[in-house]
Design a protein. Sequence first.
Length: 242
Amino acid sequence: MPNFVKMKKELLYEGKAKRIWSTDDHSLVIQEFKDDATAFNGLKKDQIKNKGVLNTGISSAIFEYLIAHGIPTHFVKALSENEMLVKRVEIIKVEVVIRNIAAGSLVKKFGFAEGEELKFPLVEYYLKSDELGDPLFSLEHILTLELATKDEMEKIHSLALKINELMQKFWFDRGIDLVDFKLEFGRAANGEIILADEISPDTCRLWDLHTGEKMDKDRFRFDMGKVEEAYAEISRRVKIHN
Ligand code: TMP
């Protein structure tokens, strides 16, 4: 990879936890992870010390694992302690949540007991829109809004379930229950649907298999303390090789 590819040119997009920069190669962009954390659609704002670095390492290791198991992703390589080089994609404005155990909004909205194991992995879709507060919506909304085609959504659904199986095993091997997590997909230049964004304690609920301790962003959302420590422990366990 020539050196110039690493050069940040202009800021293309700034989200709540990441920045996307262009490079000299139009097909590649730099994804920079920030320490900023928000919750409840930006209502709660703070920083988590070292989060950018920890999430870059965690997310890079997970993308490498998924790629090794045949999942197409945007990940190219880690560039620095808080930046990764990724393929440029057009992000599909659908946040895909996969749940194995009831928690969070599933408990609030549908009356499940927290910790209840679901009969089968539940796939949900949320509109990716800060202005509209990311509402839960259906496949038919997605098709009506023309956010993706039926074929693309079939691909996304099957990839989401495959990724869930792989990630459940990945975390189980590290003493962690994968409760639920959020994925984003993008359209690559050739039209292929690939996994994008990140997978980290910001986007997953991760509970210690033995103690049930919460080791993810819920510690920040609900002021549970030891937030940085939880992210650091997840980072340590991610590095365990089986
Ligand atoms: P929820 O229970 O609040 O709907 O969250 C489900 C999962 O999605 C949980 O692992 C946290 C993750 N998530 C995000 O990554 N971004 C978000 O904006 C929200 C609301 C949830």
